[in-house]
Write a protein that binds this ligand. Sequence first.
Ligand SMILES: Cc1ncc(COP(=O)(O)O)c(C=O)c1O
Length: 376
Amino acid sequence: MIPITKPFFDEREERAAAEAIRSGWVVQGPRTQEFEKMVAERVGAQYALATSNCTTALHLALIASGIGAGDEVLVPSYSFIASANSILHAGATPVFVDIDARTYNLDPALLEEKITPRTRAIMPVHQIGLAADIDTIHAIARKHNLSVIEDAATIIGGTYKNKPIGAHSRAVCFSFHPRKAITTGEGGMVTTNDPEIARQIDMLRSHGANVSDYARHGAAQVIIEEYPVLGYNYRLTDIQGAIGVEQMKKLDWILERRLEIGRRYNEAFADLDFIATPYEPPYAAHTYQSYCLRVAHNAPKTRDEIMAEMQAAGIATRRGVMAAHLEPVYVNRYGRVALPVTEEATRSTLLLPIYAQMTQAEVETVVRVLRQILGA
Ligand SMILES: Cc1ncc(COP(=O)(O)O)c(C=O)c1O
């Protein structure tokens, strides 16, 4: 079976995790700090704060931005449900905005019609490794005095106008779940240039304490911490931090390899007019966190038939990105909102296997089997 993805681990992650365990310090500590430093440097942000996952990163970024009950946050529905859920967790209301049919990212032209006196923030999602149109979104945010919190779960190492994703907005949230280019099992990170956001998130992720366990542990004098705010336990472990350090060292190679596979798929399906390969806007290059194809109505097989036949041939696929607004948790709260572009995209897209250690033979098998299924 060719899986949809596979983390790229070897003895370096094994050794790093074992060293963390042997050290006796396994909660957020020196290895997590090193991982944070590497991410901050890589994305060009002043601060990086590791969290237990990206959902908790988004939750904290919202709270640290002062967003809560009574506030509205504009967000695409075409995303993993965690984007919208993080807004509900903060006590605010997600207001779903439709996407651009080619990029699958939030369509900035549709933002203003959804702005009300209660709108406080925009949460663009850089979907499956392609940056959203940040400058256009920022211009609208500035005009209406809104915060921008980027859901960058899928795009570590990606760029917008050749500048790394991670320092364009006040808070940018990454995921290190195993479906992402690099992984710590579970894991997240907020990057920011705002010292106050960083300070808040540092406290909020660790029960609201004003001094971390590790700082108290390393201090020459006794320090008794205070709890100025209501916090959470959203910390990364140092075992995960150690794995993150090793994964960051591999990031460039992993992204390069994914790019090669993405380009091969692009070329392999370019002649099929009933299949749309990923589009790249002038402002961003794709990092192919997932490789997405859209199946047009005139294709010889439906999306679901293709997925079933690929499965039978030993190749895993997944539906394209979900539409959160169609899930009962949202329909029951807000009724049935209409987002035609999102609904068509979620119905007609599928994801192909892509991972750094995928062999050329496996890539060619995917190409051959899919073309056979389509009679091409
Ligand atoms: C766009 C997006 N946002 C948020 C998340 C949540 O990330 P995590 O699983 O690290 O909480 C994911 C993926 O899992 C995602 O794809």
